[in-house]
Design a protein around this ligand. Structure first.
Ligand code: GLA
Length: 729
């Protein structure tokens, strides 16, 4: 660790700045390693910090051979800026430039085996500091990068841009995969080649920020991304508020990737001696394609990224698509009985159970009034909890505590608790408004909604936490006029505070995050939640695509996937019940339909499917995912999970189009133990299509053979599906 005085730096800086472009001898090397990755920085004699390398792990011996780039590791809007700045501030005296120089760095090994490095930079004149933080999870090849900004200038500093990370690449070509969508159509993927200039992926929605785009990306180096080969970086920004991923190809075809909070309309006033810690970019690198990126994320997420990632999730039946708002105690009691009879482990009561003066019988009233509607549920929630208990299953409840309908007692009492601007009409989405979580009173209220519901109805095992609108008219009646632009960040801090308190008091309750489907899927939120609802679209064909996109970054154990009725309520599509189950069973199985409307055959099939899921749920939820055939490029799609010890695997295969000659695409498996002998069994059989698999049933093949020749069987009909279990002998 070396300490330098900023005076020496000032002199050296002006001497050396003239010779930029000519690599100077590195003075201090900062090497950040995981098992397979190195990220290397150099602090030069002029005090400038540069990123020297990012990619496959380098030996310490070779580090001195790295040629410096001349680009700042964390570019600030300074006197010599040419590229996009990761940091842009106006100092207390009005100076708009910042010149960062290295001060010191240190690395600490934390008790959980992670290693955290802090590189401290300072403005060469002003007492203004920024630390670059890197936490690595060595075994999982994951890196977490964020910044901490502080100062002791006399006057407040205004932060206009305050990114979390800047990464630099010097390759022949860059291919960006982005993830986008809208309600009912989340997590589509598309790849573009980055050309000169900027490509920005972002959200300014404030809340429910993933409704139109997800803060995740693949960056494939030199050629388009491939599943099993090639150099790829995968990243995702861990923050449920406004975010921005900026990709800037400069005049020398270098790529600068800047990620952080979207500072659009969100400048922050930083008072003397206060500190801002930015959210983190999580990223990993692989030279074995996007498949390895996903597996790195999944393994890491189960250990660090989602709440209790080491625990099995409940299978559940949700009454949303079964009843919508139209139910009563008797109907629900019937559903609970049927859910238990079919073999589900939990019943989840959705929207519509609350509101007295303004009953929640549609989405236009009642939100905010979290007392039971006595006309629907005369014996209260407690009765239903007990009914579930009697039937041997758990009970879960839907809440949307951050929101309010104007038609509610809450709004009439506290009209100033909502997000909005004075002198402007209120602007509704789904007939509702966001509560202003920057306000501590509102935070307390939101916590109390959970606390009251839970403590008055002991036995509730599960909460579905919904959030059905984004922010428009973004003003706070709580924040002072000069702090209005803090609303976007203060909202998220408020939300985090509430979630912390909820988790402290209710560590055992399972929680699903939902946001009109997948509007809030990020690793800032997931440490508090066991699982998420990725889409209101439960159509199995749509789900194949949505789940394909989502599992690029998020593990199947956290992805709730429900069987629903046909014609599907969103798409009108009709698909076989087996297909619907086979898609849901590739993630965390659930159901969203009225069992009373099923035929006896359908009930029997479902009961069997739920039993069959037990045979594979551990492999799906805790195994490694290998994608075999993509729905984007193939009429047959397939993927598989392999248990960590490679003794078991499960293969899913779906035919998306009818093929009158029969689709014979082979499924070349992956991730198996080449020396192990695996026996094949079909799961969730359907007598109608089972015959096509019969020749393979019970057969034993080596892992080596299955990973070279593959698994070959013909599929004919649109929406045929197969689940094949492999067990090492
Ligand atoms: C959102 C959710 C649905 C359901 C409804 C209830 O749209 O995504 O699953 O809970 O709210 O209003």
């Amino acid at each position: 660790m070396m300490q330098h005085s900023s005076k020496i730096f000032s002199l050296l800086f002006f001497a050396i700045i003239l010779s930029w472009g000519i690599p100077s001898r590195a003075q201090i090397t900062i090497k950040i390693d995981t098992k397979n990755i190195s990220l290397i920085f150099f602090a030069e004699q002029d005090g400038k910090l540069q990123q020297g390398y990012f990619g496959k792990k380098l030996s310490d011996r070779d580090v001195t051979n790295i040629r410096l780039t001349g680009y700042d590791a964390f570019p600030s809007f300074g006197t010599t800026y040419i590229n996009e700045a990761a940091l842009r501030v106006v100092h207390g005296d009005g100076n708009t430039s910042t010149e960062l120089v290295y001060q010191e760095h240190h690395s600490d090994t934390l008790t959980d085996g992670t290693v955290q490095t802090e590189i401290r930079l300072k403005d060469m004149v002003y007492p203004f500091f920024i630390s670059l933080f890197f936490k690595v999870y060595p075994e999982d090849d994951m890196l977490r990068q964020w910044t901490e900004i502080s100062h002791s200038e006399k006057e407040s500093v205004i932060l206009y841009d305050y990114a979390s990370s800047h990464l630099f690449f010097n390759e022949s070509a860059y291919f960006l995969t982005q993830f986008y969508g809208s309600w009912g159509d989340e997590m589509n993927m598309t790849e573009v080649r980055l050309t000169r200039g900027q490509k920005v992926l972002d959200s300014k929605l404030g809340v429910r920020v993933n409704e139109h785009a997800h803060a995740s990306f693949f960056l494939s180096l030199n050629h388009p991304a491939m599943e099993t080969t090639g150099e790829v970086v995968g990243g995702t920004f861990a923050w449920p508020g406004n975010w921005k991923l900026l990709f800037d190809v400069d005049e020398k075809e270098h790529l600068h990737v800047i990620t952080g909070i979207n500072s659009y309309a969100g400048q922050l006033t930083l008072k003397k001696n206060s500190v801002i810690t930015t959210p983190a970019l999580l990223f990993t690198w692989s030279d074995q394609g996007t498949g390895q990126i996903s597996r790195n994320f999944h393994r890491w997420a189960r250990k660090y990224g989602i709440y209790r990632g080491d625990r099995d999730r409940y299978t559940l039946l949700n009454n949303w698509e079964a009843t919508y708002f139209d139910f009563n105690q008797e109907i629900l009691t019937g559903i609970i009985r049927d859910a238990s009879e079919m073999g589900f482990e939990l019943f989840l009561l959705d929207d519509g159970w609350f509101g007295d003066k303004y009953p929640r019988n549609s989405d236009n009233a009642g939100l905010g009034d979290w007392m039971v509607n006595p006309r629907k549920l005369p014996d209260g929630l407690g009765y239903l909890v007990r009914e579930a208990e009697k039937n041997g299953i758990k009970f879960g409840i839907w809440l949307e505590p951050e929101m309010v309908n104007p038609e509610s007692e809450l709004y009439k009492k506290h009209p100033d608790w909502v997000i909005g601007q004075p002198n402007r009409p209120i602007h509704l989405k789904r007939n509702q408004l966001n509560l202003d979580l920057s306000n501590p009173k509102v935070q307390e209220h939101v916590f109390n909604v959970i606390d009251k519901t839970m403590s008055e109805n002991p036995g509730i095992a599960y909460i579905k936490w919904d959030c059905n609108r984004f922010v428009t008219n973004g003003g706070s009646y709580y924040l002072k006029p000069e702090y209005q632009s803090h609303l976007w960040t203060e909202y998220v801090y408020g939300l985090y505070d509430v979630l912390e308190k909820v988790r402290e008091k209710y560590p055992e309750v399972s929680m699903m995050v939902c946001s009109g489907g997948g509007g809030r899927i990020d690793y800032g939120t997931m440490p508090y939640f066991d699982e998420f609802w990725i889409s209101d679209n439960t159509d199995a064909l749509s789900r194949i695509f949505i789940q394909w996109g989502t599992t690029q970054f998020y593990p199947a154990m956290a992805l709730a996937s429900h069987v629903s009725v046909v014609p599907n309520h969103t798409t009108g599509r009709i698909t076989p019940l087996k297909f619907r189950f086979d898609v849901a069973m590739s993630a965390k199985l659930g159901m969203d339909l009225q069992p009373a409307d099923m035929t006896e055959n359908e009930k029997a099939f479902s009961k069997n499917a739920i039993r069959e899921y037990d045979k594979i749920r551990k492999i799906v939820q805790f195994g490694d995912l290998y994608r075999l055939l993509s729905p984007y490029t193939s009429e047959r799609t397939s993927m598989m999970y392999v248990s960590e010890d490679r003794s078991e695997a499960v293969v899913f295969s779906y035919l998306l189009e009818k093929n009158i000659q029969g689709n014979t695409q082979s499924l070349v498996l992956n991730g198996l133990d080449p020396d192990a002998m695996y026996q094949l069994t079909e799961i969730n059989k359907d007598p109608k299509t089972y015959s096509w698999f019969t020749p393979l049933e019970g057969k034993v093949f080596s892992g080596d053979f299955l990973m070279k020749y593959g698994l070959r069987f013909t599929m004919y009909n649109q929406f045929d599906s197969k689940i094949i279990l492999l067990k090492a002998q």
